[in-house]
Design a protein around this ligand. Structure first.
Ligand SMILES: [Zn+2]
Length: 416
């Protein structure tokens, strides 16, 4: 009995230490990050608040995913000592929510008080965790189902492996489809917002008319709360054919409406509408799915090969995990490239088909960068730089303003 109790204490302590490692890591990173932000603030160019905020969230989500892995990995311990294990992990999530709130404060964005922000972060983290769990469940369920099917058919070991792999791919794509379809709801949970109609009924009516005139269903029109960390912006989420709870959602920040002229606001909304008309979300889903399926098949092929070369199970398992990780992050990179291309496509469509004036559009993009403290020559992971977007439009449309941009680029090159 005593030995058992001692073993339990050691295991729980081990779990607590494991759970604390990413928290300490985040705290150290956050401290370093705060100092880096202070330095950036003093520099002329400023920094992209949206990008920095996304970085903090990504770091925070990584910590939560680590905690979820611990939760999954401690099934037996959880069964015997549910209170202690769940207590450790819930505390870790709470501490993470608090640290994220502190880290986001360093960005110096207009914010609600710490308590409200902590509450929002926590709800956001819980929602993300639920989505991740949902995704993992779909993947595991599909893999198990296909594996079981193979067993029922009494196939060979090699064929069984292929069955399981097909199940895993279906699960990955199914989980992705679910996440894509749920994206509008997902964002509504994460970004505090109110119906646009309540405060800007005329703008809401203009939006409805614009979407109707293009044969699109009106998306949910949402005004982001002033405390959002995304700055002066607008974006749309959801499939073109999404209806009911899955219908697209158009988010607009208050600053965008207040600081831009009506023509500039319209230019932004038409750009977002172009994304829907060009089926960008569906294309992103298809591309991501093909990428995941392709990478998984390549991974399976390599694993089979490795199995021949290293018959020991452990090596193959490690290789599979590494390949899965590479596929995951590789897919993110490629999706970023696609997103950049889609931005340019949406710009072109808005100007040529939705009659947005090029001059107004260029002025809007530059104004947004200025308001958000973004360097117009800086390309993000998902967006090409403003000057590049304008230069592409001017080049394709043969605009006479090409010379001006060229000289701007020259001076930038000199500066660089
Ligand atoms: Zn866009």
């Amino acid at each position: 009995m005593e030995a058992d109790a001692q073993k339990f204490t050691i295991t729980i302590q081990g779990l607590a230490v494991l759970s604390a490692i990413p928290l300490v890591g985040f705290a150290l990173w956050s401290d370093y990050y705060g100092r880096r932000l202070e330095k950036l603030k003093t520099e002329k160019e400023g920094f992209d608040k949206e990008l920095e905020s996304a970085r903090i969230r990504l770091a925070s989500v990584s910590v939560i995913i680590f905690q979820l892995i611990l939760l999954f990995g401690s099934v037996e311990l959880r069964r015997s000592h549910a209170l202690a294990v769940n207590g450790i992990l819930v505390s870790a999530v709470l501490i993470q929510g608090w640290m994220q709130a502190l880290a986001e404060r360093k960005l110096g964005l207009p914010q609600a008080n710490l308590k409200e922000q902590f509450k929002r972060n926590l709800l956001g983290l819980l929602w993300i965790s639920t989505s991740v769990l949902g995704y993992i469940t779909v993947v595991l369920a599909c893999t198990a189902l296909f594996g079981w099917f193979g067993q029922v058919l009494g196939v060979s070991k090699a064929a069984g492996f292929i069955f399981t792999s097909v199940g895993a791919i279906s699960g990955l794509i199914g989980g992705m489809a679910l996440n894509f379809a749920l994206a509008p709801i997902h964002l509504r949970k994460l970004i505090p917002s109110t119906p646009l109609e309540a405060e800007y009924p005329i703008l809401a009516e203009h939006c409805r008319q614009a979407f109707r005139s293009c044969g699109l269903a009106t998306p949910a029109l949402l005004l982001m709360a002033a405390t959002n960390s995304r700055g002066t912006t607008a974006f749309i989420s959801g499939f073109r054919w999404g209806r009911g709870p899955f219908r697209p959602a158009l988010f607009i920040s208050r600053e965008l409406i207040e600081k831009l002229t009506p023509a500039e606001v319209q230019a932004v909304i038409f750009h977002e509408m172009a994304h829907v008309l060009l089926n960008h979300m569906a294309k992103r889903f298809l591309f991501s799915s093909s990428l995941v399926a392709g990478l998984t098949i390549a991974g399976v092929a390599l694993t089979l090969l490795a199995n021949r070369i290293f018959p020991a199970d452990a090596t193959t398992q490690q290789l599979t995990s590494i390949l899965a990780l590479i596929s995951f992050f590789g897919a993110f990179r490629w999706i970023g490239h696609q997103s950049q291309k889609q931005e340019v496509e949406a710009d072109y469509f808005a100007v040529t088909r939705l009659t947005v004036d090029l001059k107004v559009f260029a002025a809007t993009l530059r104004k947004l960068d200025n308001l958000n403290g973004v360097n117009p020559d800086h390309s993000g992971r998902m967006h090409p730089s403003t000057e590049l977007r304008i230069a592409v439009l001017e080049h394709v449309l043969g605009s006479p303003k090409l010379n001006k941009i060229k000289s701007d680029q020259d001076s930038d090159q000199r500066a660089a």
